[in-house]
Design a protein. Structure first.
Lengths: 299, 82
């Protein structure tokens, strides 16, 4: 075997070429260090990192079923605490957007409500990518997926993305943040901050999926950057319920720039006149984000 | 292969699986141009780039050829070739 780099997430995992998830996971583990137990729900990450005897994890890692990663995380934490947790080992849950928004939502809500000392990180690729791009609660407005296909009678997904950060905040979570794979230093800083908080913390990371979104694998980071620069995915931080930090932009790019580079929105541009209301609505959503979080830097 | 109780496996054994066989295009680095900024290293999803004293090294055992490194390189020192 050739010499490989020392990372807590090993090479040889089976993610698709150009996947955004391993980029995020490596940064997360850089920030947590090795004194951590990671819990994952079913999803892309679990599938590509854990074939039997080919685990990519260099830290203790556990997977149970789809819906209960928060519950397992609580269990791991309780087990550690009952032994006194002499090394102050942290528990981190890394789950996909399907497990977070839909299937494991009840378990997550319970964990956040109890305020267990777990850092919950949702890697958000905006659909069930592992099973072949089905709509999840995190799929944005207008995107085509196999369960919200665009066509003569449909323009793709007809609901807006579920704002799980807001829902987490309503649970009284002390630390809620969003991050993107386009800024890994920011992600690492946020993970460290989330670990320091006593009680639950919730971080949502935008991880691009070139297969499901439809763009060339080399553009994975660029598309994540565009999502931030167009206001589609605002980067912010709430501490104790207060908005304390926002990634500012000099100018907001038009949402069209982000949408037009992905095949999942291609149908909207096939007949721009017909889909004007949808394109305008998406632009309006991004403008709302910019105003709500005060994203534009004052001149 | 014998399964252990609970499917417990050794850490980091995926290194035995060489994903480099998936590749169509491979990154070729022009180390005269490379400024060793480390951007490619951070963004590589397969962790196969190493920035050393003499420049940028790619571990082709694991590189799946996604091309993120070439696309993100600020001085265009990486090209994807067959």
């Amino acid at each position: 075997m050739t010499e490989t780099k020392k990372t807590l997430f090993a090479s040889g995992h089976r993610a698709c070429p150009g996947c955004g998830v391993p980029i995020a996971v490596r940064s997360i583990l850089n920030a947590t260090g090795s004194n951590v137990v990671v819990v994952s729900s079913t999803g892309c990450l679990e599938t590509f990192s854990s074939p039997i005897d080919l685990s990519s994890w260099e830290v203790p890692w556990i997977h149970s079923v789809f819906e209960n990663a928060p519950t397992v995380a609580t269990g791991v934490l309780e087990a550690l605490n009952s032994k006194g947790n002499p090394n102050n080992t942290k528990v981190v849950a890394i789950c996909g957007d399907g497990a977070t928004n839909d299937i494991g939502f009840g378990a997550l809500s319970g964990m956040l409500e109890r305020g267990d000392d777990v850092l919950y990180i949702c890697y958000d690729n905006e659909a069930y990518m592992n099973t072949g791009v089905q709509t999840s609660g995190a799929t944005p407005y207008g995107a085509t997926t196999t369960t919200s296909p665009s066509g003569e009678y449909s323009f793709g997904r007809d609901r807006t993305k579920k704002d799980l950060c807001r829902i987490a905040l309503e649970h009284g979570v002390k630390y809620v943040a969003t991050a993107s794979i386009s800024d890994l230093k920011d992600l690492e800083r946020k993970v460290k901050k989330g670990l320091e908080v006593e009680g639950s913390a919730y971080i949502q990371v935008l991880t691009t999926c070139n297969i499901g979104w439809g763009f060339d694998s080399s553009r994975a980071v660029e598309v994540a950057r565009l999502a931030v620069e167009t206001g589609v995915f605002p980067i912010y931080e709430y501490e104790n319920g207060e908005l304390t930090n926002v990634k500012k932009l000099k100018e907001k790019k038009a949402a069209k720039e982000y949408l037009s580079c992905q095949k999942r929105y291609k149908h909207l541009f096939a007949d721009e006149e017909k889909n004007k209301e949808h394109l305008d609505y998406i632009e309006q959503l991004t403008v709302q984000n910019v105003t709500k979080y005060g994203i534009l830097a004052s001149k | 292969m014998k399964l252990s109780i609970g499917g417990v496996c050794k850490a980091g054994e995926s290194k035995n699986y060489h994903t480099g066989t998936w590749r169509t295009f491979k990154p070729v680095v022009d180390n005269d141009k490379c400024i060793k900024c480390g951007i490619c290293e951070r963004y590589c999803p397969d962790f196969c780039i190493d920035i050393k004293e003499d420049g940028c090294h790619v571990n082709l055992d694991y590189c799946k050829g996604c091309g993120i490194c070439a696309h993100e390189c600020p001085v265009k020192s990486i090209t994807m070739e067959v």
